[in-house]
Design a protein around this ligand. Structure first.
Ligand code: F6R
Length: 614
């Protein structure tokens, strides 16, 4: 949440900051701002409610010179999104400016103390309090900026990644992190600092990922120095980025979301690459190999995740229980962390996260670790906080996902969970050889089946057009298709702002059926499998009440096709693998509905891609 970017070196800072903010806008887009220190020593701050484009327009005739600067794109936590609450924030004297991602929990008491010392505050933010505190310590204790930042951070409770710039020290930037991500790019004679590597990639591949409670002292023309909160220097490691520039650009698509939907044949293939070998009959999921013994004896697996990743966990529950015969619980990380849950040392907790930065999921991991459980991660972003906080795990290798609505991350997560479940089933001997091989072969066909579903785009666009003005929608599914119903409903509501509910089809008669009338579209997954006849009955219940059925069916289906108002035919696959292809029509449907309703698809209101606050 919130994107931060900073530059110090020989180039003009402003274009680097603006480009960086546009890359980071997926993290929040309530307001944007920059601060630059020019050669004359003027500290110019420009900030504006709205998107980065509003900032560009606002600052177009201003002095934006300088080769040191900081920039921020905000997702509001403290204080409504307006010009004043936008970052950067000034210290009391206006000599120091700061950008911040995270939440300072004890800001109110610090603010009271500072007010007593004569500080006045312009905004409602916790950030302004922290930059005032830094200046107070610097002036009062006669400290250098870096030491003052360390002293101030020792007083705060909460999460942060910050960059601080001082008018009186024009060759230095101070960056610090706890809980929120921060990457430092090391150029030939300059430094780039950002919330993720996307603003850095075109300038350098050499990066340092700052660890929690580390403070970077970044001086023009000098070596990077990193200190901890005890003010001791610590060694840092320079890593090489594997990210490619093309993967973070739209590549001819109108929106990142559409590009990412269309990338799924490739991203699912990439998730399986080097892991699935039908010739040898082997599945190798590196991250769990070291924990095989634990899985062999495991009495329980707990998935912790949020949002779409939680839906992937629900699919994982069906897979692990059915194939590996291990009981599974799927927990919202935000509930789990505060519920005093019972966790045993032989539990295996698997955290699922695209960003690898979700604050609630991270907190759930720490809780599970403190109780002695083995904690594994299924993450997309390499080197992310969750990937580093877990005992092991597997990357999904879906590539950067920039559209706020998660699409290819979901199918990649389900792919990895399927491979894990199959591998563990083999280790535990819970699956016959023939069923194991059958599923392996079927997995290999999934990318080409996704390609087939994507060819239905025009049909789905028409369905979106026919339903774009609806106020409500119901999504139904049974068994492993129930999480896909939840995911379909989430996609529709988050980007097109149509109220939608996902339900297990049979639960409908316990309440939601009261909503059915001729105006209510009901989106159902009715593919062939053990629950098929049951779903057919549920469809009849809807039809009897004049509800409108839009069904995803297996190619060649006759029964549902006759009953449904509209059918979307997808290729046949094993019942357990259906979510990997049946989710695609719902992704496309929500995309087209949002575009037709004039919504901002990649940056839906009030949302952010990476939820680093609880
Ligand atoms: C929905 C969506 C969110 C995320 C959730 C978890 O499209 O993107 O619901 O799935 O915020 O995020 P990660 O997976 O990054 O932990």
């Amino acid at each position: 949440m919130c994107g931060i970017v900073a530059y110090i070196g020989k180039r003009e800072a402003y274009p680097i900051l603006i480009k960086g903010l546009q890359r980071l806008e997926y993290r929040g887009y309530d307001s944007a701002g920059v601060a630059m220190l020019n050669a004359k020593g003027d500290l110019n701050v420009y900030k504006r409610k709205g998107k980065v484009t509003d900032l560009i327009e606002f600052a177009k005739d201003e002095d934006k010179s300088g080769n040191i600067g900081i920039g921020h794109t905000r997702w509001a936590t403290h204080g409504e999104p307006n010009d004043v609450n936008s970052h950067p924030h000034y210290s009391q004297s206006k000599n120091i400016v700061m950008i911040h991602n995270g939440i300072i929990e004890n800001y109110a008491s610090i603010k009271e103390g500072l007010k007593k010392r004569g500080h006045t505050f312009l905004s409602q933010t916790d950030t302004e309090v922290l930059v005032h505190l830094i200046e107070q310590i610097k002036e009062h204790e006669g400290m250098k900026l870096g030491h003052a930042v360390i002293a101030a951070l020792n007083q705060v409770i909460g999460a942060y990644s910050i960059v601080v710039m001082d008018k009186n020290d024009p060759d230095t930037l101070i960056a610090a992190k706890k809980g929120s991500p921060m990457v430092i790019g090391i150029g030939a004679d300059d430094f780039f600092i950002a919330s993720d590597a996307s603003p850095i990639i075109e300038y350098t591949k050499n990066v340092v990922y700052l660890e929690d409670e580390q403070v970077a002292i970044i001086r023009r023309g000098k070596e990077l120095k990193i200190r901890n909160l005890k003010d001791k220097e610590v060694t840092h490691y320079v890593q090489e980025l594997t990210l490619e520039l093309e993967s973070i650009e739209k590549g001819g698509y109108d929106h990142f979301m559409l590009k990412e939907i269309y990338e799924q044949p490739k991203s699912v293939r990439d998730s399986m690459r080097g892991r699935l070998n039908t010739t040898s009959g082997l599945i190798t999921v590196g991250g769990i190999v070291d924990h095989e013994k634990k899985f062999e004896k495991a009495k329980r697996i707990i998935f912790v995740a949020c949002g779409t990743s939680w839906h992937a966990g629900l699919v994982g529950e069906y897979l692990f229980e059915e194939l590996a015969r291990i009981p599974v619980e799927v927990e919202y990380a935000s509930e789990f962390r505060y519920r005093n849950p019972i966790i045993y040392q032989d539990d295996i907790v698997i955290a699922i996260s695209q960003s690898g930065e979700t604050a609630d999921t991270l907190a759930a991991i720490e809780l599970a670790k403190s109780k002695g459980a083995t904690v594994l991660g299924v993450c997309n972003v390499v080197g992310s906080s969750i990937a580093r906080a877990t005992h092991g795990g597997s990357y999904t290798h879906a590539g950067p996902e920039i559209g706020v609505a998660s699409t290819k991350a979901f199918t990649a997560q389900v792919t990895v969970l399927t491979l894990m479940a199959l591998h563990i089933a083999k280790v535990r001997g819970t699956l016959t050889e023939s069923r194991y091989h059958q599923l392996l072969y079927e997995m290999e066909t999934i990318p080409s089946k996704i390609e087939e579903v994507l060819k239905l785009n025009d049909q789905i666009k028409e369905i979106a057009y026919a339903h774009k003005d609806t106020n409500n929608a119901l999504y139904l599914g049974r068994g492993v298709s129930f999480p896909v119903a939840l995911e379909g409903a989430l996609k529709l509501k988050e980007i097109s702002y149509i109220h939608a509910e996902g339900y297990p089809a049979a639960e409908m008669k316990h309440g939601p059926i009261a909503l059915i009338d001729e105006a209510m579209p009901v989106f159902v997954i009715a593919t062939k499998g053990a629950n098929y006849e049951k779903v057919v009955s549920n469809i009849q219940e809807v039809k009897a009440r004049k509800g409108k059925i839009i069904a995803v069916v297996t190619a060649g289906d006759k029964e549902v096709k006759e009953m449904a108002d509209i059918s979307i035919e997808i290729p046949e696959t094993d019942e357990l693998l259906v979510p990997l292809i049946s989710v695609i029509p719902w992704q496309l449907l929500s995309y087209h509905s949002a575009v037709m309703r004039g919504c901002n698809v990649d940056q839906p209101r009030n949302l952010a891609k990476s939820v680093t606050v609880e």
